[in-house]
Design a protein around this ligand. Sequence first.
Ligand code: PLP
Length: 374
Amino acid sequence: MELFDVYPLYPIEPVKGLGSKLWDTEGTEYLDLYGGHAVISIGHSHPHHVQKISEQLSKLGFYSNAVLNSLQSELADKLGQLSGYQDYKLFLCSTGAEANENALKLASFHTGRKKVVALENGFHGRTSGAVAITDNPKIVSPFNSDHEVELIPLNDMDALELAIDEDTAAFIVEGIQGIAGIYMPDNEFLVKAQELCEKHGVAFILDEVQSGAGRTGKFFAHQHASVRPDIITLAKGIGNGFPVAMVLISPEIEPWHGMLGTTFGGNHLACSAALAVLEVIQKEKLMINSKELGNYLKSELSAFNQVKVVRGDGLMIGAEFDFPIAELRKKLLFEHKCFTGSAANKNTLRLLPPLNVSKEELDQFLSALKEELV
Ligand code: PLP
């Protein structure tokens, strides 16, 4: 059987990883400043992550959500502690798109409405509902959902005011728009969105799938704006490679049996993986590292003449060049052995290294960049 060919592939097969390093089948070492789209948060094969998952696997890998699983409450407690959302409830699932699907369902159940306000250039995943609220002509679904969707430009206060009304079920925004090219919502935009959502009884949803889990120096990117959304979705970095996703739900939204569900969400291995990630973020003070090294990387990148602007926060960085970066990215990968990311904005290099990347590793990348740009 052959694989269904939907991904363009680089001819490199990583077979081993440690921290911010990867090795391919030939034993060639690579620096990973992308972490498979922000998935690698505490570094490849972090010993605590490996140990916690292996220990759990040797005891019990899986049983269903129809029986008690105290790992889920342990995880909810730890997440509440680190994120500051102790009073919220946690729903566990497996992917970012699934978390957003559930967020939309919650908003519709809670408000009895269908209209969703989302952002131009936003991305929320590949399931039909997530595609319906995603603004990217290349990402298609023949079904979409039955949500009525209105897209507005990021940081346009007038459009926001016009769009959010008594018919709106939800307003959804990424903590930082990742795939678009690292565009940040202004604090005032988020504060205004929260006010309008409160005024019209609309669910305010923050998609922190890419920007959460400490990446920006706070647990969630929206916490820089001091807003408190009704629903927050989280995936990628919270599992460090193990598929884990989460929906954090305000106490105002009441659950009932059968409202949401999934087979794999919150299984024993997923909980162990996420717990290990939270423990390492806390113990190794990775949010501080993320902020400090992010500031360092941004200031070094800004010094290049060819860099027009550097966007982002912590270790979620987009450097926009005055030329399309596809060739530069290939050179960084094949000649300098460094993984970086692209974005919908063709001039933007996207950097999402593990949160425990070192200054020396960033300097290695900066020297490679310097060589290419002279
Ligand atoms: N939301 C955002 C902001 C994302 O960046 C992504 C993936 O890139 C998703 C949702 C979808 O997550 P997944 O691919 O795990 O379904």
